[in-house]
Design a binder for this molecule. Sequence first.
Ligand code: FES
Length: 149
Amino acid sequence: MKTIGEIISKYRDRSDLIDLLSEVQEEYGYLSEDNMRIIEQSLDIPLVDIYGVATFYSSFKLNPAGRHIIRVCKGTACHVKKADMIEGVLDDLLGLRDKQTTEDGRFTLELVNCIGACAKAPNIMIDDKVYGELTKEKAERIIKEFTGQ
Ligand code: FES
C-alpha cells in the first residue's frame, strides 16, 4: 500500500486535486479527514476547497464503504418502475436513516444512473450481481438472504 506522502509527491498543486483525490480514494477506499488535512498542508490548498471538491463529485466517499455495496438504479427506466419505493424499502430494512453505510459496516447504499439492465427495471446491484424486476417483497427476501434473518 502506498503512503499518503508517496501519493501526494506525484502531484504539484490544486490543478491536480481531482486526480490526487481519486488516487487517494483508490488506495484507501475513501477520503479520510486525516488524509485531506495532510493534502491541505502538503500542497497548501485550504481544507474547505478540498472538501468542496470531495463533496461535489458523488464518486468520492468521505466514509469507509460497507462490505457489500448495494447500488439502487435511479435511471429513467427504473425510476418509472418505482425505484424510489425500492430505495425506501432498503433504507427501512437496513436502518440507514439518511446515512449511506449501516452501523455494522455491512452494507453501503449508493444511487446510480443505469446499470445496463433496463428491461428488468427496477433493478439493484449488490456487489457484482444484478437483481431485477424488484418488488418490495423481493427486495426484503434478498436482504434477508444476506443478513441471514
Ligand atoms: S435505468 Fe435502471 S438499469 Fe437502466
